[in-house]
Ligand binder design. Structure first.
Ligand code: NAD
Length: 435
């Protein structure tokens, strides 16, 4: 990201209040390890626990971040042990028992990308071992894990904790949030989000003895199912756009299509309500992928439809909704405004090729329209690379984390309460006194 991008982002984080402050003065309990000091010029040694699908995605991104070096991996499934070592490409030491990885004094930071039921204990162990932590979403599995996590993070203020909700690091999402804060959508009242697939959501199992280890998402002992794996990203987007966490949720769902022995829902639908009456309507199905996945953020002046790598901005025809509204209430009279009402303006105009084709020209018009209306344009980025770059900057320079404790906790709570609403068929309210 260039300098201008940095300033924009910093300013945005300030206005949005989305960053978790990083306290740099460490305090330690007796007998606990201290985080290794990482000077700006020295390399940051890290280990990773869980080198399955997401672990390897993180490794591929982290190997491109200057100054970060993978010295150790931990996994318990031999094919993924091999994949992790190969993906790291730095000849890391493999540990079957992650606690041996945590015992290494030369490791500054640890990435955790294991099944959800292991997150809290691994996070707590990593903090106790004096390491900075990057923990995959969903941050934790059970409601009762929140308090010990809060306590441990408070007891280790010199250690960074970043949560792997990578949309927080995506330039397109940051830009969308900037537009929302600047009033582009007017009053945001509704978010509709869906994650639809047409597949059984299973992974191939070479031997039945590995079924639960590989398909842990199917079993309630390890997983919060669709809510934890898919909704978690989109709840975080809604929380970010609305600037609050929900106060209640109703839901339904079931195992209605893939009756194959799974324990977690194959479809789920929830409505989260926020303090100002805003709603997040979320659905996931595994039998139709026509509307695959995105979030539609709706205000009384416009809509942003967004997912990783693609965003559209639609304006509302204000005169239609406001009795007696004058033409001044319209956003602009140009044809491009009509396009913004009908087809949406792309939010990620990139470099226009020399021989401009139709799409490039449309993008240029859109960019010009956005610039005229005070919105800057941004280059596309790689959210995984950015979140890990940010993690290194937080460890080294105290830069605010891209997604911290409060966002991670708000997200995990919503996942837990959403599942509870589905399981009980009752409206679930957030506890009155939440931190
Ligand atoms: N941010 C994202 O976009 C994204 C995408 C996919 C998954 N995830 C998250 O990443 C985490 C892992 O998901 P995944 O799809 O990579 O799962 P996965 O099953 O592919 O990988 C998990 C790995 O953890 C290993 N493991 C299990 N128990 C272990 C233990 N005790 N010690 C060490 N390793 C152990 C498994 O053998 C496996 O290799 C989940 O929390 C998931 O929600 C995030």
């Amino acid at each position: 990201m260039d300098d201008q991008g940095e300033v924009t982002r910093r300013e945005f984080l300030k206005t949005a209040g989305a960053a978790t402050a990083v306290v740099v003065l460490p305090r330690f309990s007796e007998g606990e390890s201290q985080p290794a000091a990482v000077s700006p010029n020295s390399r940051l040694n890290y280990g990773i626990i869980g080198t399955g699908t997401e672990g390897c995605t993180l490794l591929r991104a982290f190997t491109r971040v200057p100054g970060a070096h993978c010295v150790a991996t931990s996994d318990i499934y031999p094919p993924n042990q091999k994949k992790g070592i190969e993906t790291a490409g730095s000849n890391p030491q493999l540990y079957e028992d992650y606690r041996q990885l945590l015992d290494r004094k030369d490791i500054d930071a640890v990435l955790i990308a294991t099944p959800l039921n292991l997150h809290a204990s691994m996070l707590l162990d990593t903090l106790s071992a004096g390491k900075h932590v990057f923990i995959e979403k969903t941050m934790f599995f059970k409601e009762e894990e929140e308090a010990p996590i809060r306590k441990a993070v408070a007891a280790h203020p010199g250690q960074i904790v970043q949560v792997g909700l990578q949309r927080r690091s995506d330039a397109l999402y940051q830009y969308a949030m900037e537009m929302i804060r600047a009033g582009a959508l007017g009053k945001v009242m509704f978010v509709r989000a869906q994650w639809h697939r047409n597949s059984d959501w299973r992974r191939p199992v070479p031997d039945a003895k590995f079924e639960r280890l590989i398909n842990w998402r199917m079993y309630r002992e390890y997983s919060g199912g669709l809510m934890a794996e898919l909704a978690s990203h989109q709840i975080d987007v809604a929380n970010w756009a609305i600037g609050a966490e929900p106060v209640s949720v109703v839901g339904t769902g079931g195992i209605d299509y893939w009756k194959d022995g799974r324990e977690t829902c194959d479809n789920a639908q929830t409505i989260f309500e926020y303090p100002g009456g805003q709603k997040l309507l979320w659905s996931s199905i595994l039998c139709n992928a026509r509307y695959d996945f995105n979030e539609q953020i709706m205000g009384d002046r416009g809509t942003i439809e967004i997912t990783l790598g693609k965003g559209l901005f639609y304006t509302e025809h204000v005169a239609k909704v406001s009795q007696g509204a004058s033409k001044e209430n319209w956003w602009a009279g140009a044809t491009v405004t009509e396009a913004a009402e009908q087809q949406g303006l792309p939010l990620f105009p990139e470099t226009v090729p020399a021989h401009e084709g139709f799409v490039a020209r449309e993008q240029r018009y859109a960019r010009e329209w956005l610039i005229r209306h005070g919105y800057k344009t941004i280059p596309a980025n790689d959210a995984w690379f950015e979140e890990l770059t940010n993690f290194v900057a937080s460890v080294r320079d105290g830069k605010p984390v891209a997604c911290g404790l409060d966002q991670g906790i708000a997200d995990a709570r919503a996942v837990i309460y959403g599942n509870r609403a589905i399981d009980t068929g009752k409206k679930v309210f957030w506890p009155k006194t939440t931190g």
